[in-house]
Design a protein around this ligand. Sequence first.
Ligand SMILES: Nc1nc2c(c(=O)[nH]1)N[C@H]1C(S)=C(S)[C@@H](COP(=O)(O)O)O[C@H]1N2
Ligand SMILES: [Mo]
Length: 211
Amino acid sequence: MEKPERIISPDILRPDRLPPGQTPVDELPVLHEGKTPDISPLEWSLNITGMVERPMKITLKQLQFQPTVEMFADVHCVEGWSKMDTVWTGVAGRRILEITKPQPSAGFVIVHAPGDFTANLTLEDFSREDVVFAWQYGAQALDPEHGGPLRLVVPHLYFWKSVKWVSGIEFCSEDRPGFWEKAGYHNHGDPWLEERFSPEKARQQASSDKP
Ligand SMILES: Nc1nc2c(c(=O)[nH]1)N[C@H]1C(S)=C(S)[C@@H](COP(=O)(O)O)O[C@H]1N2
Ligand SMILES: [Mo]
């Protein structure tokens, strides 16, 4: 196997790597809605649809024959924990763009997982150099609990955008809030700006905090 290209998440190079309101944890917690799905890696495939020149259904094996990257990043959950120094191995989001070629009108990406779970990203956020579809965490194959056989990792946004068990990538001309975004989280989710909740949810919380 060729040596993977190494990518360092740009946020790693900040003088202060911890975003406001976050506390580092030693182990990566397990956090998701519902039960961990039972997925056979051999039967698993990624369906790339919507506004792309080359829609495709790609198996894990086909994906693993793409140029591989090893990406080093800190990840930040909206609930306040951060896991520093994580290493993920997989295929770059940019590689997916190269092989599928989104149409000029595709400004948004909806990432799908089993159980009708989705998360939304702008194409710009999806295009960052450190966005990776990972099948390996540290030195090990990705545990089902952490999203194996394949998960998205978007280090520059809160970790809820990092969809586990990715089954589809849909390119769209319009934005469509996903599961956590509809549940009151921020549509964008930049941890450095503390974009934790939607403006409406943040207002509700502020008024319920009053004595
Ligand atoms: N499919 C799916 N992916 C998901 C979620 C989910 O509920 N379903 N939760 C997100 C949230 S809120 C977090 S913090 C991270 C947690 O990833 P981990 O369990 O590997 O730490 O997964 C994200 N990806
Ligand atoms: Mo989260």
